[in-house]
Design a protein around this ligand. Sequence first.
Ligand SMILES: [Zn+2]
Length: 293
Amino acid sequence: MPELPDIDVYVEVLAAKLAGHTLTGLRLGSPFLLRTVAPPFDACIGARLAEVRRVGKRVVFGLDNGLWIVIHLMVAGRLHWQPEAPSLKAKNRMASLDFEHGSVLLTEAGTKKRASLAIAEGESGLAEHDPGGLEPLEIDWQTFASTLRRENHTLKRALTDPKSLSGIGNAYSDEILHAARLSPVRLSQQLDDEEMRRLYDSVRSVLTEWRDRLRNEAGGDMPERVTAFRPGMRVHGRFGEPCPDCGHPVQRIRYKDNETNYCAACQTESRILKDRSLSRLLKKDWPKTLDEL
Ligand SMILES: [Zn+2]
């Protein structure tokens, strides 16, 4: 699922391409994509694009008539720039936002269609689509610490809870915990100040480093290789491969169709976390839905 670094690069590129341009068409490839009935989606057509924002893991297009087009890419949704208005006949083509100089095409691979599009009115309407997490790159460390300590969750859960922190999912939380040398199953209220500070610093360094890297890769164009599994990630998606810091094989905790990756030597004092006991623990304390991840 695209997370903060991926979405921020989408938002920057879209804002540069679209600001001030008029939306000439909003077409849906599937009626199930649209999750709202009011305001009607064709009320957006003819308005000018005022801004593009990230809200949690959503890409949001703000129009000068007060309406917002809210797109949640979920796992397999991706955005593309098309110089000509694209046909939506192919099954993976979910929607097109047409402007006079090109279109933003939303595609979603696979058979499970989870991506969504909603229309909201005004800041209060948009707020209904915001899970409310704080922006991890905008808060000071005391705010970060008090947010994570409010409840006693595993660090994996605490980092990926969209009601606490905005934009962090399964991939970057693995990378953050590895950078912080902390176990994904440590409980947030057990961290001392030094560990909490290390976690805060790792959140900032991992997210900004990846955002810079993705921005450079995209080079001002729409990023076309958005994936949760990137070469250069240290543990995420690298089960069995050597940890780049210590050479020990990367471990995993499997849970349904997800897994958490970590390095035992770097993060858990070389303890291999048992799949079975952990899934019991995590059953109560795992991001409950794919959306949360
Ligand atoms: Zn290691």
